[in-house]
Design a protein around this ligand. Structure first.
Ligand code: SR1
Ligand code: MG
Length: 408
């Protein structure tokens, strides 16, 4: 079958044509009910139900879903998602939806329907305390990052896997949207600058963009993102890529930005989204007491993430596949490098979510205009500090001190 965009009308026949490859418990011959769930930036997503069973069908479109045909994007990104999901499922089973089928020609992934789960971002804006959030994500990162690195894979296997993740288009989106555009006021080398921001933030943004020392550090971080192929990253681990069930079970979704990059990027993007929420609470919580209580919860989850990641990673390093790396001093050095990288990448993520192309609801949904501007200014300030001061960090406590100062 050659590629065609699926619709509510064509999906039933498509699903029936794949019956032999789908789990036996899914009866494709029964009446199929199709519901469109698409709410992310990139793809079309459907729930297909048969009797009481259901599946999720995710199709890569030949453009960015939120921008339409004006922003072409190869639908082949679905293949990177399929391969990354396969590895995450192998290394951290139970942390991701179960993959059922990948159809290369149609750029379709069919995966487990996480019924009863919801995307974590909105409940967290509403200050839901998700028990175990930080430790689950930290554990997921320890498993997936170690397991795809040179420490966890034989050298040849790692190089062959890395070669399969030439995810150029989605990496370019990250390079442009996170590391380039937010720090520039004008057109860039003939490419567009897609920043958009609240007018009230303009003075603070101009000050940030004219900070030569900061721009130098961002240049270093961008180069590190592009060249440090340490492990297979999720590549977009914000709180919109995490689903939570009523019982608190967590799953990481949407690994289409996966590629071989610096481990601190995944850690930093996750932490940044907790920090963005913490700062935004002054615009959501009904009073300071509730805002502070949720910030304390978030700080605890951020620390739990780092603790679970670093202890899980260090434990696996005892079995690293080369004797050179079964060395406590080396493990400490690698973890410090990841922590400093995470700090810098978190800063870039906070800044781009405040002034770049893709914002976060945590900030944009703040109703009071002046509070929103204050929150945005704080994001730029904290983001800049995280970038500039990352090399001075020696332990997680040092990073937490910077965050606590930003929240007071
Ligand atoms: C052009 S896509 C915008 C953003 O959405 C994705 O979730 C990534 O975060 C990307 O930067
Ligand atoms: Mg996504």
């Amino acid at each position: 079958m050659s590629y065609a965009i699926l619709t509510l009308e064509t999906l039933p026949a498509y699903i029936r044509s794949k019956a032999a490859e789908l789990p036996a418990w899914f009866d494709s011959s029964a009446t199929l009910e199709i519901n469109e769930l698409s709410d992310g930036n990139l793809n079309a997503v459907y729930r297909v139900s048969s009797n009481t069973a259901s599946l999720i069908v995710k199709q890569g479109l030949p453009y960015l879903r939120v921008a339409g045909e004006a922003w072409p994007l190869s639908a082949a990104r679905a293949g990177f998602e399929a391969l990354a999901l396969e590895w995450q499922h192998r290394l951290a089973r139970g942390s991701v939806p179960e993959p059922y089928l990948f159809d290369q020609s149609m750029c379709v992934n069919i995966v487990e329907d996480l019924r009863g789960y919801q995307v974590a971002r909105q409940p967290m804006i509403d200050r839901l305390e998700i028990a175990g959030l930080g430790s689950s994500i930290g554990g997921f990162l320890a498993q997936t990052l170690f397991g795809t690195s040179d420490f966890g894979l034989a050298a040849g296997d790692k190089k062959r896997l890395q070669a399969q993740f030439c995810n150029t288009e989605l990496c370019e989106i990250t390079e442009d949207l996170i590391f380039t555009e937010p720090f520039e006021a004008v057109l860039l080398d003939g490419k567009p600058n897609r920043n958009h921001f609240d007018a009230g933030i303009k003075p603070a943004l101009e000050t940030m963009q004219s900070n030569a020392a900061l721009r130098l550090e961002v240049a270093r971080l961008k180069h590190r993102f592009m060249t440090a192929g340490q492990a297979l990253l999720h590549g977009d681990l914000h709180t919109g890529s995490i689903m939570v069930s009523d019982s608190g079970d967590l799953r990481v979704i949407d690994p289409e930005f996966a590629f071989y990059g610096p481990m601190g990027f995944d850690v930093g993007v996750f932490l940044a989204n907790l920090y963005l929420n913490a700062i935004a609470q002054r615009g959501h919580a009904p009073n300071e007491l509730e805002s502070r209580a949720y910030q304390t919860y978030l700080l605890g989850e951020a620390r739990a993430c780092w603790d679970a990641f670093s202890s899980g990673f260090a434990a696996q390093m005892l079995t690293a596949n080369s004797v050179s790396w079964r060395n406590a001093g080396f493990t400490d050095a690698i973890l410090l490098e990841v922590l400093r990288d995470a700090c810098g990448f978190a800063g870039c993520e906070m800044i781009r979510r405040s002034v770049g192309f893709a914002h976060v609801l945590d900030v944009d949904s703040i109703a009071d205009a002046q509070t929103r501007v204050t929150v945005l200014e704080r994001n730029l300030h904290l983001g800049s500090r995280l970038i500039s001061q990352r090399q001075r960090i020696e332990t997680y406590n040092d990073l937490e001190t910077i965050i606590v100062e930003a929240l007071t």
